[in-house]
Design a protein around this ligand. Structure first.
Ligand code: 5AD
Ligand code: SF4
Length: 439
């Protein structure tokens, strides 16, 4: 087998960052990455199983890989579908040699050695009860300015609809020292933005008992050279007021909290096993709104959970209006294997889910139009993310995580990763338009 690899990644930011660590590990083991699967000795497929018949999609894609098998290539399926389907993958796609969930990635070097020795059915599937995290100094970060750090892996919340506790395993945190060492190394390497990651970062428990999550946030934000710190995802159940106090106290912590509510109906929240009520959630929102800084709030919503009534949906719609989110990610409920909700009665027909999703999105659009309108005339600092050469525009991101397209009178466009002050000249429900201030 030639020591070249190709990797394809699906899913959330955790998965994207897992791939950066997997790539770093492979490169450290002497493999080089290629951009065309035809050139690769090893093809890896990092999978997601959060919604929408994900396993079928994986098997469909593996069927396409089948065509490549005669060329001496090896195949590895990793990530959430790998953990969920396990050895069934070998039965359905016998040309696959390695199946591993994320909880086993720290054993990748050994698994790779077995692969090179010609072993056929290598698995990393038995580590979901581990206390260990995947820590590696070898991380192939794709963006040299903004990078992820995992602070907590797994999830113990067991929401009734969610596969994550079954695919990513038990919740386990890294020590604050280890997180801070990595953040300092990143700052030294020129990164200015750090995003702390976990399925539930608010549940962070430093194994060395040195810091709370809010203290860790403040400490990362105080590292010289770091200008922005973000964190995702939060769970309302574990969201504490000291997080808001930290944002108020430490200027580098971004003005944004993503706090998924899932539903505005206490009845649906109970059925989802979210362990909070509408009022409990709104209390956390009131802390965020009481901050001295103008903190942007975003959320995830699920429509069509089993038993959801029109009245429940209306509760969600009014919650969206009451909170005034700057963005929502709304999904139709999708039954997932192994989860308690898969057996719940009163499932909602697909066409009703489609209709309900549209109702929410239409009402949310109006909220966002009004929210974004308030930025007209404001001057904000943006991190440059890229350029739209056709329109001669620069694409930037605000501390509130809003996208701003802007023009500049400077002959040379500002570089990706630089920070620019921009005045907002026009607003839309999802983005802003502006002009760079003359510097
Ligand atoms: N069906 C639909 N949406 C889901 N999510 C998680 N599980 C499901 C499911 N089974 C959504 C939640 C979560 C986001 C990452 O995906 O809103 O916050
Ligand atoms: Fe997909 Fe969830 Fe796994 Fe992320 S943790 S890759 S969203 S299933």
């Amino acid at each position: 087998m030639s020591k070249t690899f190709y990797i394809e990644t699906f899913g959330c930011q955790m998965n994207a960052h897992d791939s950066e660590k997997v790539i770093g590990t492979l490169e450290h083991e002497g493999y080089s990455r290629v951009q065309d699967e035809a050139d690769a000795g090893l093809i890896l497929y990092n999978t997601c199983s959060i919604r929408d018949k994900a396993e079928q999609k994986v098997f469909h894609r593996l069927n396409e890989y089948k065509k490549l098998q005669g060329e001496g290539k090896k195949f590895a399926v990793i990530g959430c579908v790998a953990q969920q389907e396990g050895e069934k993958i070998f039965d359905k796609a016998p040309y696959v040699s390695l199946v591993s969930g994320s909880a086993s990635y720290r054993n990748l070097p050994q698994m790779l050695a077995r692969l090179e020795a010609g072993e056929q059915r290598i698995t990393g599937l038995d580590d979901r009860q581990t206390d260990e995290t995947f820590e590696t100094p070898f991380v192939a970060r794709t963006n040299p300015h903004r990078g992820y750090i995992t602070i907590i892996e797994g999830c113990d919340k067991f929401c009734a609809y969610c596969v994550v506790p079954y695919t990513r395993g038990k919740e386990r945190s890294r020590t604050a020292n280890s997180v801070l060492d990595e953040a300092i190394r990143m700052a030294d390497a020129g990164f200015t933005e750090i995003q702390l990651l976990g399925q539930n970062v608010n549940s962070y428990h430093d194994p060395s008992a040195k810091m709370t999550f809010a203290e860790l946030l403040a400490a990362v934000g105080s590292i010289p050279g770091i200008r922005r710190v973000r964190f995702t995802t939060s769970h309302p159940r574990d969201f504490t007021k000291d997080i808001v106090d930290a944002i108020d106290a430490v200027p580098t912590l971004c003005d944004h909290v993503h706090l998924p509510v899932q539903s505005g109906s206490t009845n649906v929240l109970r059925a989802m096993a979210r362990e909070y009520t509408r009022d409990w959630y709104l209390e956390r929102i009131s802390w965020i709104k009481a901050a001295k800084r103008n903190i942007s709030i975003t959320s995830d919503i699920i429509v069509g959970f089993p038993g959801e009534t029109e009245e429940d949906l209306e509760q969600t719609a009014t919650l969206l209006e009451e909170v005034g989110y700057d963005a929502i990610f709304a999904f139709k409920y999708s039954p997932r294997p192994n989860t308690p909700a898969i057996n719940m009665a009163d499932s909602i027909p697909e066409e009703v889910k489609v209709k309900r999703l549209q109702i929410l999105l239409d009402r949310q659009r109006e909220t966002q139009r009004l929210n974004y309108e308030r930025h007209l005339g404001e001057v904000m600092e943006l991190m440059v993310e890229g350029h739209n050469r056709q329109r001669n525009q620069v694409i930037g991101r605000s501390t509130q995580n809003k996208t701003v397209n802007f023009t500049t009178t400077q002959p040379i466009l500002p570089a990706t990763g630089s920070y620019v002050s921009v005045r907002i000249t026009q607003t839309f429900p999802n983005s802003l338009l502006g002009e760079a201030l003359a510097s």
